[in-house]
Design a protein around this ligand. Structure first.
Ligand SMILES: Cc1cc2nc3c(=O)[nH]c(=O)nc-3n(C[C@H](O)[C@H](O)[C@H](O)COP(=O)(O)OP(=O)(O)OC[C@H]3O[C@@H](n4cnc5c(N)ncnc54)[C@H](O)[C@@H]3O)c2cc1C
Length: 393
């Protein structure tokens, strides 16, 4: 089928399911400033019939076997319709789903993927710890085998949406006798299991969307182990590569919203504003195209490359520039009351941290693209238990 015929077919199928998007529709970005789970859940449930939310997944697991090019067309057509902010479901749909497709068993795919695609089950990402953020492989949360279960003890932090997640993609240390990258295993943790405690943290934009998660002897069945024992670092890399792609300037406000704001405030007459707007719009566009390229390459089965780091880095800069410009244009009025641009302004700096900081993305680009000498990594080959660590508080 040629592109035009496919596009027409997609548009017809989506119009049967969704309402057209109003030109003055409010926007949100990465779920900031809102807690509405039901709108997203109902949208995903509507799209589940036909696999529209996760088109490149195999049809047997809730997708529709689409090619990356077809998925691009579906995403473009979707933007014509009213679609709530799906951020609460993003860890499942954009990170855990693709990770399970690569590393999960068929039994796990059948058990988890359709429930992710339909929005029935929300997942969180239990990676970062107080002493393991940028140096994620230094994580210390441990899982000890006990018959056909594992007993998990430790702490995670910054766990987005853990407070209403059914499952957590957990990285735990299963062997401290080998170097840090080799002793990690990935699991699915049932967030309602005894021994799992979730404590919310407040962000500077006012949201209470991420948490500390404490595990005290929490039981995980071996059937919920993802990949082989000791292969968790490979699982983590797959997840992080997908996260970098997903955190680029994919959703949220863009050209149309900025142009409407600039026109509505009369700032379009100011040549400097027009110049800044053109620059921001170009940067957002370049970020989106790089994202599509990175995602397309991954969906076509190629190993994820450093383009995800480049896209995330540029996306973070573009979104901050967009929010700065919007607030400058709004003036003092933007600082009072509930203002979606103000929420964006207070959320934008987090893009430079979550999913790996700007400095870490630059390190990746320096080493893998520019061929600069690698950072000294003195603990890389040392058994984890011999690496000096700060005393637990
Ligand atoms: C909004 C938000 C949501 C998040 N959600 C999740 C989640 O759902 N699940 C999860 O597991 N984590 C989550 N995170 C955590 C995030 O991945 C970490 O914050 C991030 O990886 C940085 O780790 P850190 O905070 O421990 O900072 P650190 O690693 O302590 O870094 C501190 C500073 O040192 C710099 N630095 C560190 N190492 C180097 C180096 N080698 N070279 C140069 N500079 C360096 C960093 O760039 C940073 O500026 C979230 C974070 C935010 C802000």
């Amino acid at each position: 089928m040629d592109e035009q015929a496919f596009r027409a077919e997609v548009r017809a199928a989506l119009s049967e399911r969704l309402k057209p998007r109003a030109s003055d529709a409010a926007f949100s970005f990465l779920g900031a400033g809102q807690d509405d789970l039901e709108a997203g859940r109902s949208l995903l449930a509507t799209l589940a019939d036909g696999g529209w939310a996760v088109p490149t997944w195999p049809a047997q697991w809730g997708g529709r076997d689409a090619t990356p090019e077809q998925a691009g067309i579906i995403a473009q057509e979707m933007s014509r319709f009213e679609v709530p902010d799906l951020y609460p479901f993003m860890v499942g749909v954009s990170l855990v789903g693709p990770t399970l497709l690569t590393h999960g068993s068929d039994e796990q795919k059948a058990r988890w993927l359709p429930a992710i695609a339909s929005g029935a089950e929300i997942w969180c990402q239990l990676f970062s710890e107080p002493d393991a953020g940028s140096d994620l492989a230094a994580l210390a949360c441990r899982a000890v085998p006990d018959g056909d279960v594992w007993r998990v003890t430790g702490q995670k932090v910054w766990s987005s949406r853990a407070h209403y997640s059914k499952w957590g993609l957990l990285l735990a240390r299963t062997d401290a006798d080998v170097p840090k990258h080799a002793g990690i295993t990935a699991f699915a943790l049932d967030m309602s299991a005894p021994g799992v405690e979730v404590r919310p943290l407040r962000q500077m934009n006012g949201d209470v969307h991420f948490n500390e998660v404490f595990m005290s002897d929490a039981v995980v069945h071996d059937a919920d182990r993802i990949g082989d024992v000791g292969s968790g670092w490979g699982v983590a890399i797959t997840t992080l590569m997908h996260e970098r792609g997903a955190l680029g300037p994919g959703g949220g406000p863009g050209r149309d919203e900025l142009i409407s704001l600039v026109r509505a405030t009369g700032a379009a007459d100011d040549g400097v504003v027009r110049d800044r707007a053109a620059r921001v719009i170009s940067e957002l566009m370049v970020g989106r195209l790089t994202n599509l390229r990175a995602r397309g390459a991954m969906q076509a089965g190629r190993a994820p490359g450093p383009e995800g780091s480049g896209a995330k880095l540029r996306g973070a800069g573009a979104i901050k520039a967009l929010a700065d410009l919007a607030l400058d244009v709004e003036g003092l009025g933007g600082l009072v009351g509930e203002d979606e641009w103000l929420t964006l302004f207070l959320t934008a700096p987090s893009i430079s941290i979550r999913g790996g900081t700007d400095e870490i993305q630059r390190n990746i680009l320096g080493e893998r693209v520019l061929g600069l000498p690698p950072e000294p990594r003195v603990d890389k080959s040392v058994p984890f238990k011999e690496v000096p660590r700060s005393a637990p508080s």
